[in-house]
Design a protein around this ligand. Structure first.
Ligand code: GDP
Length: 195
């Protein structure tokens, strides 16, 4: 299956250093949203992506390689960490927006959000940058184990309703601690590579 063979490839700090060929999917999210945990869960691996004790520390683009061909997963730096200096934050915002808008190898965006507070201003900013590309966006509402079943369904319906008119945007619940939702992610992202 798609994520099982995921391997760390390289870390880059500069968009000029990105590989020229192949296809990639990007994972983005607020720092501490649960992105690294989700990548580890999808890969069925505990230490593949670095789960940070200090939010906002990972300011690099981490590249992972899927088992086959030239397909890659790109772990974008977490955004929204208040204690990052403004100059650093502005640098990364520029890098993220340029990457999302211009990167032709990018075939889809996975947006990781904490299911207890999805669609913050910065999440919407990411969506606004990426939407004009017309490429698909998959929203993962993670840490859903922290909500009861009723609240899980309510938040899922609420986020789905926001994108009711946008067929390129899909939404799912996920939990890294309970290992829930990986099958859905696999199907959606696998579909992008197969399209
Ligand atoms: P990142 O900064 O987005 O990569 O977030 P991390 O994956 O490092 O997770 C941030 C914190 O949330 C860590 O303390 C994780 O253990 C916790 N966490 C991540 N995913 C889940 C989840 O699905 N359920 C629960 N209960 N906690 C989670």
């Amino acid at each position: 299956s798609l994520f099982q063979g995921l391997q760390f490839l390289t870390t880059v700090n500069d968009l000029k250093a990105l590989p020229a060929d192949g296809m990639e999917v990007a994972f983005a999210g607020r720092s501490n949203a649960g992105k690294s945990s989700a990548i580890n869960t999808l890969a069925n691996h505990t230490r593949l992506a670095f789960v940070s004790k200090t939010p906002g520390r990972t300011q690099h683009i981490n590249y992972f390689k899927f088992g086959n061909a030239n397909n890659r997963l790109v772990d974008l730096p977490g955004y929204g960490y208040a204690e990052v200096p403004v100059s650093v934050r502005q640098h990364w915002e520029k890098l993220l927006s340029q990457y999302l808008v211009r990167r032709t190898n990018l075939i889809g965006l996975v947006l990781i959000m904490d299911s207890r507070r999805p669609l913050t201003d910065l999440d919407r900013q990411m969506l606004d940058w990426f939407r004009p590309t017309g490429k698909p966006i998959h929203c993962i509402l993670t840490k859903c184990d922290k909500l009861n079943r009723q609240d899980q369904i309510a938040i899922l319906r609420k986020v789905e309703a926001e994108f009711a008119d946008e067929s390129m945007i899909t939404v799912q619940l996920f939990s890294s601690s309970k290992k829930l939702g990986a099958d859905i992610t696999e199907k959606v992202v696998g579909g992008w590579f197969d399209a």
